[in-house]
Design a binder for this molecule. Structure first.
Ligand code: PEP
Ligand code: MG
Length: 328
């Protein structure tokens, strides 16, 4: 099977009727970059910077981060590389920065932590911007945004880092390329602030893993409630559908980087809703490209109302599976 999928890896990511898709990879470990096939993908849709932080026994220095981010940006030199700022807390702990909380997933996580420690944020942003010199493909992504004030404060710090570096480079020939800035949509509150968000940022990326967890109030790692955690819950799908329509109306570029985009049934539903930019683990990419190349948008448009009318994840899966069976 995987040979069958691989045999089409070099072909365009598009539906049978020619609608184009952008397929990108999620990465964070060196091995994921090494196994990437950059010429067959549209870049890195999510680079999780927390992994290199977790694997050390202290915060990496600015110089260490620059060296690392340069490699990441250079791995896809002519394509977009989306680097997410440090997303620790919740289930991701740094061995040298202890956080003890009763409700870690509702606590000091992602942007909340780094805005309380602007020195961590600024070093990371400076390193990203410096690594982008001579490259120009950097997109900065902010995790766990739940509020517009967090966006404003992050943009202020990004501007500050840009001014500092521009100052340092004054008198040299070196140009600092402008980086695009985006926000993760993974906390439900921000779904209701898209019009304001669209005026502040360049793009957003939906993290269906956390969005599912927070919409359904189900810990994504707790085996006791694992049966309740399902990104194909009708409520999650309706939220994703409404958001796709709203993002199109606002002309806000919106991609999906949660696991749902790397699942055959998930990507079909998302494509039916109008999403066309998907980022996934590289191991899923060939299969997803192969599948998308076999569907017509008109079939997906017929499938969508049936899916949105389903009352349980099980019903959704049965419906999509019937469709998938005709394609395999
Ligand atoms: C997500 O929440 O969907 C996501 C992509 O981020 P992470 O899995 O790293 O939390
Ligand atoms: Mg997340």
């Amino acid at each position: 099977l995987s040979a069958r999928y691989q045999s089409e890896m070099h072909l365009n990511a598009q539906s049978a009727c020619g609608a184009p898709f952008s397929l990108m990879i999620n990465a964070g470990l060196a091995i994921e970059l090494e196994s990437a096939q950059p010429s067959y993908t549209d870049g890195i849709g999510l680079y999780r910077t927390e992994f290199p932080f977790i694997m050390r026994n202290r915060f990496p220095t600015e110089a260490e981060q620059i060296e690392l981010y340069k490699k990441v940006l250079a791995s896809h030199p002519t394509k977009a590389v989306v680097m997410r700022t440090l997303d620790v807390g919740g289930d991701k702990a740094l061995p040298y920065f202890s956080i003890i909380e009763e409700n870690p997933f509702l606590g000091w996580r992602g942007i909340r932590l780094t805005l309380d420690h602007p020195e961590i944020f600024l070093v990371q942003i400076r390193a990203m911007l410096k690594a982008n010199i001579g490259q120009g493909n950097l997109h900065i992504l902010l995790p766990m945004i739940s509020d517009l004030a967090e966006v404003d404060e992050s943009l202020r710090l990004i501007k500050q880092a840009t001014f500092e570096l521009t100052d340092e480079l004054a008198g040299t020939e070196v140009q600092l390329p402008k980086a695009k800035v985006g926000v993760m949509i993974e906390v439900p509150s921000i779904m209701y602030q898209l019009p304001e968000l669209a005026r502040k940022i360049d793009f957003c990326s939906v993290g269906t893993n956390d969005l599912t967890q927070y919409l359904l109030a189900v810990d994504r790692n707790n085996p006791r409630v694992a049966g309740l955690y399902d990104a194909m819950h009708p409520a999650v799908l309706r939220a994703l559908h409404q958001m796709s329509l709203q993002a199109q109306g606002l002309q806000l570029p919106m991609s999906i980087c949660g696991e749902l985009a790397g699942e055959p049934a998930g990507v079909l539903i998302l494509a039916a809703m109008g999403y066309d930019k998907f980022s996934m683990n590289s191991s899923n990419l060939a299969k997803i490209k192969w599948l998308l190349r076999r569907v017509n948008m008109s079939e997906l448009h017929l499938l969508l109302p049936e899916i949105l009318a389903c009352q349980s994840p099980k019903q959704v899966r049965l419906h999509v599976q019937r469709f998938l069976d005709q394609k395999q």
